[in-house]
Design a protein around this ligand. Structure first.
Ligand code: SF4
Ligand code: SF4
Length: 383
């Protein structure tokens, strides 16, 4: 039987806000049966990197915390520290960033716990490298995964699977997942701006004066940051092999987190403020498609597949990066004003390929293969 993905569109009015709709989605999708009185519920969120302005709004987390507390459960919010040296690299900084973005116990109604202790999962490994995942997630009775869906430079999209796999892995685990990506600079395209060098978290890029950037592969941890920040696309991902390599590793991490949580997990995908880059970035480019609404399911693969399907079908937003990039690809002149793009919107078959040159299917396929869920689903729409 196909799993059900519950959906509501983003429309709201005076007597029915999006929070009311989310509350109903939680009830209809089995929330009251999954989360029991006394359960320690690990709510995995992403607090957003400092500088990012489109991260998850605390109001959604607060509502779900209240729902869980009404059921007698004991929720807490968590995320793990990042591999790169940004505003969430250490527990201390991470808590400050969470607070600055409105995630405090006082505001949310549940403790904020940074996942900085990890447990090695017996029987799981990537090659010879062990798999380490967050202790707070493993020791919790159940998981509520709240994901702000965006684009993503490596996976194409960032949904529940990425939130669980990367988001609950140790820093070393994040490195293992990323480390097959060793980008190269296309010298003929590089304009020697130095942006990649400034953003590289491990100083693996040399660039001085007019000289083209050079990446030291012995140092590179494959985080993909330089690919995301290069303003002229001079550092492409070798996606045919690289996305194919990272996907099974990430699926293995997600499996390690979820293995003991069958029937004890719920996934909430918020397709609101859908920025092209994920919330790990310290900026937010305008949304590339309009708000699509909210998806909730007990199946992590189904909920992500449904999100991807919605994003692929959604219209483009004039002025957004998808429009700019697709016009570049088709070598058409980019209209100088956003309003004139309304009359000349390009047709884009695969938004993720246009945005990042990657396909989203490998990650979903690998997750399905790992037994995490199924790509076939049934949608039930709540008005
Ligand atoms: S992927 Fe780029 S930014 Fe990341 S470590 Fe390697 S060279 Fe540095
Ligand atoms: S960001 Fe791009 S253009 Fe700028 S130095 Fe790096 S590779 Fe060259």
């Amino acid at each position: 039987m196909k799993p059900t993905v519950y959906f509501t569109d983003p429309t709201a009015h005076a007597r029915r806000s999006l929070l009311d709709k989310l509350s109903d989605l939680f009830d209809r999708s089995g929330g009251p049966e999954i989360f029991q009185r006394g359960d320690k519920v690990c709510i995995k969120v992403h607090f957003g990197e400092e500088g990012n302005t489109s991260y998850l709004r605390p109001a959604y987390a607060r509502l779900l915390v209240n729902k869980l507390k009404d059921l007698g459960a004991e929720p807490f919010l968590t995320d793990s520290n990042t591999l790169y040296r940004g505003s969430r690299h250490t527990t201390e900084d991470h808590l400050i960033t969470a607070r600055n973005h409105g995630f405090t116990e006082e505001n949310i109604g549940a403790p904020i716990v940074i996942a900085d202790e990890f447990v090695e999962i017996e029987g799981s490994s990537i090659g010879s490298r062990p798999v380490w995942v967050a202790r707070v997630a493993l020791e919790a009775d159940s998981l509520l995964i709240i994901t702000h869906v965006t684009g993503h430079v490596v996976f194409g999209y960032a949904g529940a699977l990425k939130n669980v796999s990367m988001g609950l892995a140790s820093q070393a685990g994040k490195q293992v997942m990323h480390s097959d990506l060793k980008p190269l600079v296309k010298e003929e395209k590089c304009v020697a701006c130095g942006t990649c060098r400034d953003y590289c978290p491990v100083n693996a890029i040399a660039q001085e004066g007019e000289a083209k950037a050079k990446i030291n592969h012995l140092r590179c941890i494959g985080c993909g940051e330089c690919i995301a920040v290069c303003p002229v696309g001079a550092i492409p991902i070798l996606w045919k092999t690289e996305t194919a390599l990272i996907s099974p590793k990430s699926a293995a991490y997600a499996h390690a987190v979820m293995a003991e949580k069958k029937g004890k997990s719920l996934f909430v995908n918020l397709l609101i403020d859908i920025a092209p880059d994920c919330d790990c970035c310290d900026w937010s480019d305008p949304a590339f498609v309009p708000d699509q609404g909210i998806l909730v399911s007990h199946d992590i693969v189904a909920v992500d597949q449904a999100a991807v399907d919605l994003l692929q079908k959604a219209p483009l937003i004039p002025g957004s990066i998808t429009v700019r990039k697709s016009l570049q690809v088709s070598k058409k002149k980019i209209p100088s004003s956003v309003s004139s793009q309304f009359t000349s919107l390009p047709r884009v078959k695969d938004k993720f390929k246009t945005l990042f040159g990657v396909e989203v299917e490998p990650f979903l396929r690998e997750a399905e293969k790992a037994g995490l869920g199924t790509r076939k689903y049934e949608i039930k729409t709540l008005s």
